[in-house]
Ligand binder design. Structure first.
Ligand code: TC6
Length: 696
């Protein structure tokens, strides 16, 4: 028997224990081991019942996702589940930790399920672009009906053991001694002469076919502009569970699973899953983070208040600093509003809010931070202002405290140099709205101490954010790529596209908003100020599009001023603006550009190539550690469609040669912006993809 599955017999019960750290994923060795164990249990006359349990932190958390996309090795998980269900002796699954996906499907194939009260169960396959393909779509609705089964499978959200029991998914919940209680149940079943209870034969959830069909219809109607194959296929499978005999339903599920698992959308989502986890693998990972219990936040604007709110949510004591009483009151009020919103969304109770409020302090003087462990400066993006704050912080903060800036663009090394402790200085770049955005860029300066980097990553974990390590440059990873994306879009405007066409093309690509909608939302004045700041450093050979400047000169700063690339009515709805189109036409004319017809595919190609080329440059400059980190930044912070996996993954799917050739087509228009990054040639020569650089 394979080592990934252990085997003992006690009190006439075979205890089959999966042991495949870290999450007991159902890789080949585990599948083989489970099938062998059931065979041995059936053959062993001492054994009257079987308990399937798991060592370590969890019952299997799913199929081994790394095996998807590779040739399957027998036995497949559906066969394993069928074998368990067909066992002639009662099989009990003992669940702890997170019994997810294929792991929960194994449990569903067992005849009885008991769980620790702390266990969570679920079918999160949809988040990977696939469906429960080991009988989960057929067995789950047999137990709990279509409505609840679809909720589990379409949201992918795990539920607690008590809820699972109330639904009828599991048979018992125990506070402790899971294994002993599972064995006791097995002995009792055997003593009572109870045989197997195959889920395939149960109809508990199908007693009301009308309600079942109604749930199917409601789910189909609720599918919003389906871009991904999996949700629709899940609904089809759950319907098949009602209409077809079990084995035919399984075959139907198998075909749907194969379609989904081989789809590029699933490849993108799987890439995103591993990319997020890989991002935590940084050179400083083994350093001990500095303890952080009390944090300071300087600046109570939307960003600072958001940061204070998430720090409070992670259990920290927070001191918010503002320059005067009114500003401080405004900042505290913003935090209060965010807490109310969290309560309204069911993310926090009033009791938790009160507890958080008791840990929040306001002050007008940075002296209040003398004992703080970490401070995050989140004031207006002005170099002199921030430098002044860092000098002050250097004066008052205790030795060993971490001094962080939330700057989006400014040079962290320069800020570090105004202090006497550059090793303690780091960039923690949050994204707005802070409570919702998952990304945190941890910007590492030339002198930042390794344990300060580790502290940034540990803090991100506490805040539930995905941290990505970035080096110092103008814009770090995300804003460098965003600038390239916007530049490509601006070139398209000047050459003949409209902002509305570019936005629609990029929405069709999968972004929730197009680049001009985002500009209008965040305010055109922010990028205008930056362009003015950088005007002196601009290469005169580079193509410069002044359309954004012209809009700002007209006082059109986006949503907040009622006009930007779009025109906004009193209710805030946007419409296309002929005056903007006239302004663009005038810019073209001034430069002697004759507008040409530009198709949506060209818009997408150019925007993608700009992002990928900038990503390749970031790798060459050592700003990003690996291509998948760039993908994580774009997915978690910039709305890049998750199912595409990120720009570097999209480039891999398109092929390196194609991207390089497109860049080579464009380079005549601007030899600086469109010049292909140096690494393309080498990658093409050696047949490498960006993902080949991820694991290194
Ligand atoms: C399925 O089951 C389909 C069935 C049908 C088949 C026909 N496979 O997240 P963490 C790794 S689809 C392989 O940091 P946590 C992960 O990469 C699957 N590896 O830990 C990481 O590796 P590293 C349905 C996996 O405590 C390490 O384990 N199941 C898998 O924060 C630790 O992971 C899911 O979608 C896997 N299935 O969270 C559940 N899972 O150390 C996916 C994890 O080398 N997993 N790893 O970086 C999770 O949601 C979480 O990992 C967790 C634990 C909640 C189980």
């Amino acid at each position: 028997m394979a080592q990934a599955v252990g085997w003992t017999v006690r009190d006439g019960v075979a205890v089959v224990s999966v042991d495949n750290p870290p999450v007991n994923a159902l890789g080949h060795a585990v599948r083989r081991g489970l099938v062998d164990a059931i065979a041995v249990a059936e053959a062993d006359s001492r054994v009257r019942a079987v308990v399937i349990a798991a060592a370590g932190r969890t019952f299997p958390a799913g199929a081994d996702i790394r095996e998807f996309g590779k040739p399957p090795e027998d036995p497949w998980l559906p066969e394993v589940c069928d074998r368990i269900e067909a066992c002639s002796k009662p099989v009990i699954a003992a669940l702890h930790g997170t019994a997810l996906g294929g792991g929960f499907e194994v449990a569903l194939a067992a005849h009885y399920r008991i769980a620790l009260a702390s266990a969570r169960v679920g079918l999160p396959e949809v988040t990977l672009g696939i469906l429960p393909g080991a009988g989960g779509t057929q067995r789950t609705p047999r137990l709990i009906g279509a409505e609840q089964a679809l909720r589990l499978m379409l949201t992918g959200k795990p539920i607690g053991a008590a809820e699972a029991m109330a639904m009828g998914l599991i048979d018992g919940v125990v506070e402790d001694d899971l294994l002993e209680q599972a064995v006791a149940l097995a002995v009792m079943l055997a003593d009572e002469g109870k045989g197997p209870r195959p889920t395939r034969d149960r109809r508990d959830g199908m007693r009301d076919p009308v309600a079942y069909e109604a749930a199917i219809k409601a789910a189909r109607d609720g599918l919003k502009a389906p871009r991904l194959p999996a949700p629709g296929r899940i609904i089809d499978c759950v319907e098949a569970a009602l209409l077809l005999p079990f084995d035919n339903g399984l075959a139907f599920e198998r075909a749907a699973f194969e379609d989904c698992v081989t789809s590029p959308e699933s490849a993108g989502l799987r890439h995103a899953f591993f990319a997020e986890r890989r991002a935590a693998k940084i050179p400083e990972a083994k350093e001990t983070p500095r303890p952080v219990g009390h944090a300071g936040v300087i600046g109570g604007g939307l960003m600072g208040a958001g940061i204070a709110h998430v720090l409070l949510g992670a259990g920290l004591r927070v001191t918010l600093i503002e320059r005067d009483r009114d500003a401080l009151a405004g900042g505290l009020q913003r935090v209060a509003v965010m807490e109310e919103q969290a309560i309204a969304r069911g993310k926090m109770t009033e009791k938790e809010r009160d507890a958080q409020w008791a840990r929040l302090f306001g002050a007008l003087d940075v002296g209040a931070l003398a004992e703080a462990d970490l401070v995050i400066e989140a004031v207006y993006e002005d170099e002199a202002l921030k430098a002044g704050i860092f000098r002050e912080l250097d004066r008052v903060m205790r030795p060993g405290a971490v001094l962080a800036t939330n700057t989006s663009y400014l040079d962290i090394d320069q800020l570090a140099r105004v202090t006497s402790r550059p090793a303690d200085v780091i960039g923690l770049h949050f994204f707005s709205p802070v409570p919702a955005m998952k990304l945190l860029e941890v910007v590492v300066g030339a002198q930042t101490a390794p344990d300060v980097v580790a502290t940034g990553f540990e803090l991100a974990k506490q805040l539930g954010k995905v941290a990505v390590r970035a080096g110092v440059c103008d814009g770090f990873i995300g804003n460098r790529i965003l600038t390239a994306y916007r530049t490509a879009a601006d070139f398209l405007l000047e050459d003949g596209a409209t902002p509305y066409q570019v936005d629609a093309a990029m929405r069709a690509f999968g972004f929730p908003l197009g680049p001009y909608q985002v500009l209008d939302m965040t305010g055109l004045d922010i990028s205008w100020a930056r362009r003015q700041r950088l005007a002196g450093t601009r290469d005169p050979r580079a193509r410069y599009v002044a359309i954004g400047d012209r809009l700002c000169e007209a006082g059109w700063f986006g949503r907040k001023s009622g006009r930007g690339y779009y025109r906004y009515d009193a209710a805030g709805s946007a419409s296309e603006d002929p005056e903007v189109l006239a302004l663009i036409a005038a810019e073209r004319e001034a430069k002697g550009i004759v507008a040409r017809t530009i198709g949506d595919d060209e818009i997408r190609d150019r925007c993608l190539c700009a992002m990928v080329n900038e990503g390749a440059r970031l790798l060459g400059e050592g700003i990003a550690l690996r291509p998948s980190d760039i993908d994580v930044v774009m997915l978690a912070g910039y709305g890049y469609p998750r199912w595409r996996g990120g720009p570097m993954q999209t480039a891999d799917q398109r092929g390196m040669l194609q991207i390089r050739n497109l860049l080579a087509d464009y380079v005549g228009e601007d030899p600086i912006f469109w010049a292909p990054a140096a690494i393309f040639e080498e990658m093409i020569k050696y047949g490498r993809k960006f993902s080949d650089m991820d694991e290194g």
